[in-house]
Each structure stands twice: as C-alpha cells, then as structure tokens.
Design a protein around this ligand. Sequence first.
Ligand code: GLY
Ligand code: MN
Ligand code: MN
Length: 440
Amino acid sequence: MKKLTQADFQERRDILAGEMGLRSIAIIATSPVAMRNNDADYKFRADSSFFYLTGFAEPEAVAVIETFDTEEEGYCYSLFCRERNREMEIWNGYRAGVDGAIEDYEADEAFAIDTLDEEIIGKLLNKDKAFYRIGHDSDFDIRVAKWVKQAEENQRGGFNTPARLIQLNRIIDEMRLHKSADEIELMQIASDISAEAHTRAMQTVKPNMMEYALEAELNYVFGKNGCVPSYNSIVGGGKNACILHYVENDQVLKDGDLVLIDAACEYQLYASDITRTFPVNGKFNAEQKALYNIVLDSQIAAIDAVRIGNSYKEPHNVAVKILVQGLLDLGIMQGDLEQIIASEHYRQFYMHGTGHWLGMDVHDVGSYKQNGRWRNYEEGMVVTIEPGLYIAPDDSTVDEKWRGIGIRIEDDVVVTKNGPLVLTKNVVKTVEDIEALMAL
Ligand code: GLY
Ligand code: MN
Ligand code: MN
C-alpha cells in the first residue's frame, strides 16, 4: 500500500520553516469535528494542509513550527494532540497521545491539546512574525488574536511579540500546488479506483434503476478499496444532468436518457475527480451522440493545451471555441463565433469553467493568477479538464429534441515535461468505446 512517510512530512516542514524566515512562528489546526445531527458527528477527515505538514489524522490537533534567532538553531516542531485515555479509547478509538506524537510523528515537542492556550504564549515571545490561516476558521481567528494580545502583555518583561500576522496559506498553498512524484502516484491510485467505479456503473446501469442504486455501485468500489468519495457524488439522469450540483440522486433512470456521473474517491487524502455521461440503455440516440461528440472533441483539445508555459485559461479558450462552433453547426446557436465568445452568450449552454486545481482537496488550493494575470502551467500541477453542454429542459429558444440533455466529460491531468498526463484514462469516453463496454 503506497503511503507517504514521515520523511515526506518532515521535508515539507523543512521547506515551510525555510520560507518563514527567522524569529517566526506558524500555527495550524486540523479541522473541527462537524456534527451531523444531535450528538452524531460526521466521520472525521483531517484538514488537508494540516495533514500535509504532519501526516497526523486525529481530530483536535494543532501543529506549531518555530524558528529562532539564527539558522543554526533550526526549527522546533510541536504537536498539540489528545492525550491517551483508556476510557475514551475504549469508546472512541486509538489515540497516539503525546508520546506517540514524538515517537511516531517525529514532533520535537508534544503537548496535550488542553494546554495550548497556556503553552502558546511562551512560543509567541521573541518572534517577529506569526503565520496562521487568517479567516480560515473564525473561532481560531479569535483565539490567535487573544494569544497575541496576551503575549503583548509580556512586553514589559522585555519580550518582543510578533508585529506581523501573515497569511500562512500563501506558503502552503503554493507548496501543495506543485505535486511531487509520490503525490502523483497517490493521485494515480485514486484515479484508477475511481475509473473502476465508473466502469462498473456503465456495466451495471439499467433502465428503471434508481440514481441512488447506481451511486451505490460507485460506493462499493470506493469502499472495497478503502476509499471514501472525495466530494458528494452526482448521479443525474436525463434533465437532472443540467443541474450542475445535483446530489439528491433519488430519481428513476429512464430508458432513452443519458446519465451524468460526477464522482470519484480520495486515496490517502489525495483526490480524483471524474465525470462521465452515458446512455442508460447502452445506446446514444442521434441528438445525444451529436452533442456528446462536440463535448468530447472540446475536452480532448483542451487536455492537449495543458502544457508547460501555456496560460491556465488556454484549455478553457480552446474548449469554448469548439463547443460554440459545434452548437452553431447543429443550429442550436445562431450568429458569429467570435461574437458569441466575446459576449459570452454561450453561457446559456456552458456556464462553468473548464477546470480547477486538484490535489488533497477536490477544488485544490493554489492561486490561479499571479500579478493580475492567469498563471502559466508548471511541471507537477494537476488540473481537471471538464467541459460540458447543458440544454435546459425549458429552453424554448432551442428545438425540443435537444432539451433536457446535459453532458460533461471530466479527466484529471498532470502537467509534465512530456506534455499532459491523463490520470483518469482507465475509464472509456468515446461513443464507440462506451457502447461496446455497455453491450458486453
Ligand atoms: N466534482 C466537482 C467538480 O467537478 O468540480
Ligand atoms: Mn471538477
Ligand atoms: Mn467533478
């Protein structure tokens, strides 16, 4: 089983400490436990950036990284976590505790999470800069502000306290945006499992099946591989495919309709994100096929534009051109290609962007612009390419035969020296391949 090692997490902390500079402190908390209803909570999932630096997946944990007056002093990594407690562990499961934080997670110091308010004050003294994720969690914002204020009360004792509070995301997000070979390997595993799930969905769908029953086929593949969905699965039959964030998945899949599935899993906290659209009865009709092939052509061309040095927006521009030309050719739109693009009238049928960064979060961190301009692709970035066309069921500007068809095709693409690397290629996407698979 592929897993990152403590050496990987340590390397990330080394980089962060270097970027922070001397006399600095970074404070980062994992996610709070979210309640589902009354006293039943959602299954805990660690915060991505916290896990990225620590590899620590338990709830109620805060990591602190401190640098000092000289580079020779290196940095100190402290982990605040739940103490071991026999009673609580019998009820709620194993805890690493402070000893485990040092032995298994290589913290230099570890403390019980309950002592954070006390211990952090001393750590803020004689620091010039404090990095934390400003605005990420308002409760934590308030705590940090209180700590800084409390630390300032020590100034009379001759201590300095941080004069600058700095957005920690700026450093971590940029690190996370560029994936290492190991991270890409984890994303490849997530993509392979997700592709298997989509393949199974194509093989098992039948007219009159419920959308949630098809979702269960995906969940079976995720679950048997030890994975969970990386976002809420969308399984939309017929016109439900035109609702971009449709997650009810509670309608009947009808003979003659397409079904759009946007679903994928995460493996070791690394996400995949796949969409496929296919006929419930295994055969595209003429209208479905015509629209599908426009989306597919646009997607293939957009993937080809994911190249080092190209603007982040290049795949979108490439996709839009092909989609609009296709709509003109079918008579769904009328007018001039350039004018439709300039006026964005195509948004009637294509209203979302062509992709987003992908990584530990499905909509991953990392800036899209630098100095006011779309940034260019660099090696190790991972982006989704997901054009679509959605003809609203009540769109009276369009011939009835097109209405209620929604199509999206989404793959995950790594920027490499050798051009685009498609992680999600293991699930078919041409009309011929889909029909052949479904006929088996
Ligand atoms: N699955 C979410 C997205 O495609 O952006
Ligand atoms: Mn996506
Ligand atoms: Mn998606």
